[in-house]
Design a binder for this molecule. Structure first.
Ligand code: S3P
Length: 444
């Protein structure tokens, strides 16, 4: 599907962005091995989470998906929930086919950790896009724990051999700061003797640690030797849980930037997940001069949540993003680049080489697409540099099969001088199937 985006003179309204993908994936996996029934209210439904759901069903987990309800004569999904009948740590069944993870890197990497400790064999596979993404970063530590995994030149499909005896806990300083690597090791740690300890150079999203702690796993975290460490100890059973999934900060991010660059705009974003490991973009936008008010801060289970009011500032200024701030905004760097095109001065993003191995190579591909709209942006060895402000113009651009590229280009197109056509625009269904409708709903 191609999509034409027209320039707008203002945006207004309020929106609850779709629920958090990272939390939905973790809740689906962990609910499946809990000792009893877990309830996940407002789970995200999209290609990635559907793939995860399907994998757990293939492992014998019953998941009721109460999705659509009649409310005031209308079909509504506001009451949607997963009811997950957990089979316990050792109750998963041998899958009759391979576990197809779609294009979901989180599903494949986290599930590899889980499968490494099972008594049965499994094969994890995915789309051509997922088969290109690096898996050695998880197979290496999992092998150190005793897992038997065959990969294909460091990529999927992954064949995981059944374990007759428990794995062994390890202390592992990760070479890349990655929540998926950390989580794969911690999930394997549920099946390991002794302690499992992971240390990373920048603190990545800690949804797994928060959820494991809520399920009764003794967790510890500390900082030493320039690393953030997470440690877990053995527990024989996992308590089931009930949680409401907040709106995904990474999906709300597109509207934060839209509000910061489209003149005369005021937007309210509801129930936004504010886990501090994820909110780097908010800090970056504030440093650039955007006006963002935080209202009704609260906790949803183990996760902080808030409402945000954002209005267009009188001009943005360029900033530098590196280190911890890069890690805390890793998924938001494409949409941050769009904000940078409208900022006065030179924006520099460093320490972001991971962008080369996301759903697309976001350093080369995305930068080239944004360039087509008139942005003055160049990739560097570990990030990109943007000179602004630049007036953007309409063009035909490609979503590159990458949800965040397509959505970022759509937001950039709002401030172009003529319409933009996005080729392959439907790739947004990976995390945000209703994106274009939600965007249209904010246009007057
Ligand atoms: C995710 C972790 C990050 C992020 C991805 C989701 C997760 O990936 O980019 O979109 O749910 O754990 P890495 O662990 O590869 O950095």
């Amino acid at each position: 599907m191609d999509k034409i985006i027209h320039p707008v003179s203002k945006l207004s309204g309020q929106l609850r962005a779709p629920s958090d993908r990272s939390i939905t994936v973790r809740a689906t996996l962990l609910g499946g091995i809990a000792d009893g029934v877990s309830v996940v209210r407002m789970p995200l439904r999209c290609d990635d989470t559907d793939a995860c759901l399907d994998c757990m069903r293939r492992l014998g987990v019953e998941i009721e998906n109460l999705e659509l309800k009649m409310e005031n004569g209308e079909l509504s999904d506001t009451n949607s929930k997963f009811i997950i009948h957990g089979r316990g740590l050792h109750g998963l069944q041998t899958p009759s086919q391979s576990l197809f993870c779609g294009s979901s890197g989180a599903t494949m990497r986290l599930l590899s950790g889980l499968m490494s400790g099972q008594a049965f064999n499994s094969v994890l596979d995915g789309t051509a896009q997922l088969r290109k993404r690096p898996m050695r970063r998880i197979t290496e530590p999992l092998r150190l724990m005793g897992a038997e995994i065959d990969d294909v030149a460091g990529c999927a499909p992954l064949e995981i051999g059944g374990q007759p005896t428990p794995l062994t806990g390890i202390t592992y300083p990760t070479p890349v700061a990655s929540a998926q690597v950390k989580s794969a090791i911690l999930l394997a740690g549920l099946y390991a003797e002794g302690e499992t300890v992971v240390g990373e150079t920048a603190k990545t999203r800690d949804h797994t640690e928060r959820m494991l702690a809520a399920m009764g796993v003794p967790m510890e975290e500390w900082q030493s030797d320039g690393r953030y460490w997470a440690k877990m100890r053995f527990t024989p059973t996992l308590k089931p849980f009930e949680l409401t999934v907040p709106a995904d900060f990474s999906s709300a991010a597109f509207f934060m930037v839209a509000a910061a660059i489209v003149p005369n705009t005021t937007l309210t974003l509801l129930d936004v997940g504010m886990n501090p490991t994820r909110t780097g973009l908010l800090d970056a936008l504030r440093l650039m001069g955007a006006q963002i008010a935080i209202r009704n801060e609260r906790m949803e289970g183990a996760e902080p949540v808030t409402n945000l009011d954002i209005c267009a500032p009188h001009g943005l200024k360029a900033i530098e993003v590196q280190g911890e701030l890069t890690a805390r905004s890793i998924d938001e760097l494409p949409i941050f680049a769009v904000a940078a095109t409208q900022a006065h001065g030179t924006t520099l993003v460093r320490n972001a080489e991971e962008l080369r191995v996301k759903e697309s190579n976001r350093l080369e591909g995305f930068v080239a697409e944004l360039h087509k709209l008139g942005a003055n942006i160049q990739p560097t060895a570990d990030g990109f540099v943007v000179h602004g402000p630049t007036p953007l113009h309409g063009a035909t651009v490609d979503g590159l099969g990458d949800h965040r590229v397509a959505m970022s280009l759509a937001v950039a197109a709002l401030v172009a001088t003529s319409p933009t056509t996005i080729l392959g625009a439907d790739c947004v269904s990976k995390t945000y199937p209703g994106f274009y409708d939600d965007l249209a709903g904010l246009c007057p």
